[in-house]
Structure formats: structure tokens, C-alpha cells
Design a protein around this ligand. Sequence first.
Ligand code: HXC
Length: 284
Amino acid sequence: MSVPKSEYLSSVWAPGIFANRVVFVTGGAGTICSAQTRAMVHLGADACIIGRNPEKTEKAAKDIAKVRSGARVIGIGNVDVRNFDNLKAAAERCVKELGAIDFVIAGAAGNFIAPISGLSPNAFKTVIDIDTIGTFNTVKATIPYLIESAARNPNPNPNGLTGGRIISVSATFHYTGMPLQAHVSAAKAAVDSLMASVSLEYGPYGVTANVIAPGAIEGTEGMERLASSAVDKQKMTKAVPSGRWGSRRDIADATVYLFSDAGNYVNGTTLVVDGAGWRRQGGN
Ligand code: HXC
């Protein structure tokens, strides 16, 4: 499926800023992560996307490759981020086939709507396993390659080249707590905390580790479930101070900023991309 460029990238970025760079993306076939990957590939990167479903992952890789002639995009299916050995093997294959891992997007996530009374211990654990343990496994499997990339591309680099960077995709629910999302809120709070530690441990190696926290993003599985009726959607849109839901492009642009030379002193932080929505999500 061809996706118009304006849906995943704004026009302000210089062409080729990620040439000869490789981005490794978990959950890369998903709505948000595929837009992040498209943007990176459009700007010159090659990509390796990871997913559980082989058909979906390989198809997404083929679609993403179409955004730039000569782009190399591989899809590795049958990888569950809950399994460290799966991820380690995927990272090794990425380096073997594409030569490096310069950027990582830890985006794989699991979500469903359920009150605490409807969450079995295993349901709660499943989301913690996918989001939190999955992010840890992704960091652990890719950090040696990010350190190598950072060594090749010292930060700041006089040529403006970057590498050795990781972004986790989180959420804003845990800033206030969120009904029906106790499992996701807890998992994402842990992701934010983990990334702070990654920035402290690996900053001295030249690696940056940040979080992007999307708000309500149009077209995502999670938001379709949360705002299941037109009335819900209207109410939730009204609550966003910027007056609209976010787009996939909003998240892709934030990603490009953090991975580009413009973001080279941004480390250990969370970039909230939500139109100030979280400031009202507790009913303020
Ligand atoms: C209550 C549920 C449930 C539901 C599953 N479970 N769905 N409990 N309400 N709707 C319970 C099951 O009964 C089981 O517990 C446990 O969760 C594990 O379920 P499985 O189906 O065995 O797990 P698995 O096959 O690993 O699937 C994981 C999943 C699934 C999270 C349940 O939905 C999934 O694979 N999701 C990936 C895609 C996805 O969700 N993308 C959206 C990401 S959006 P028992 O006790 O019966 O064994 C996102 C953004 C969040 O994350 C923020 C923005 C909104």
C-alpha cells in the first residue's frame, strides 16, 4: 500500500540525513512504528523491522521499502520481544544483512481495555512482559551495536552524522493513572524508568536513550479501542488543548528530531507529543 509522504513526514527535514544508517524497529509493522520507520527510510536509512506475525512483518517491510529507491528494508517475523534469544538473533541478522544498527525504536506493545476486576494476574503480566521486559530485551540485544555506532559517529560529530541512539515508545497514562489501562500504565512507567537508567549507563559511551510519549493518535489500535464510539471520540478530542488528536506524522517528526544531529544533546528525557492532552486527562 502506498502511503503519501505527508502522512508520515513533514517537509522540513533535509534529504539523506540518515544515509548509510540502519534503524532496528520492534513493532515496526504497527501504525505508529511503521510511520517512524518510513520517515527514517525516506531520509536515507535502511531498516530492519521485527514482529511476531511473519506475513504482516514481511509485507510491512516491502511497503516501507517503496518510499525510497534503493532502500534496503528487511522484515523479521516470528520474533516475540518477550524472548531475549529471539531478539538477539534478530539483531545479529540485521547486522549481518545491513551492516550495523545505528538507531533503535523499541515500539512493540500490547494493549486491551479492561478494568482491574477483569484483569487476571496473567493478563496484567502479559502486558508487563511485552512492554517492559520487551523493551529491556530490545535494549540488551542491541546496545553492543549502538555502542559501536556511537564510536563511529562521535557525538557531536562535525559532519552532522549521528548514531548510537535509542527511543522507546511509551504513553502518558501513568502521569495521572488511567481507568481500564492499569496494566499499560504500570508497564509504561517502568519503560520510562528503564530508559532513564539506560541514558545514565550508556551516555558515557556516546549513546542517547530517550522516550517518546504519544497522546491520542488517530488510527491506532489502542485509540480505536479506547474511543469506541463517536461520542467518546468527540469528548476525548475536546479534552486535548491543541484541539485535535495527533497523527502518525507527529510521532515520526519527533523521532527524526531525536535521531538527527539537531537532537544530539537530548538524552535521558521524554518527549511528550500529545497536544498537552495529558494535562487534562485526570479531569483538570
Ligand atoms: C482481559 C485479556 C484481554 C482482554 C487478553 N487477556 N485480552 N484480559 N481483557 N481484552 C488476557 C488473556 O485472557 C490471558 O490471561 C492474558 O491476557 C494473555 O492473553 P493471550 O491472548 O494469551 O496473550 P498473547 O497471545 O500473548 O497476546 C497479547 C495481547 C494481544 C496483549 C493480549 O492483545 C496482543 O498480542 N496485542 C498486540 C497488539 C496490540 O495490542 N497492539 C496495540 C498496541 S497499542 P489468562 O489469565 O486468561 O491466561 C499500545 C498503546 C497503548 O500499546 C497506549 C495508547 C492507547
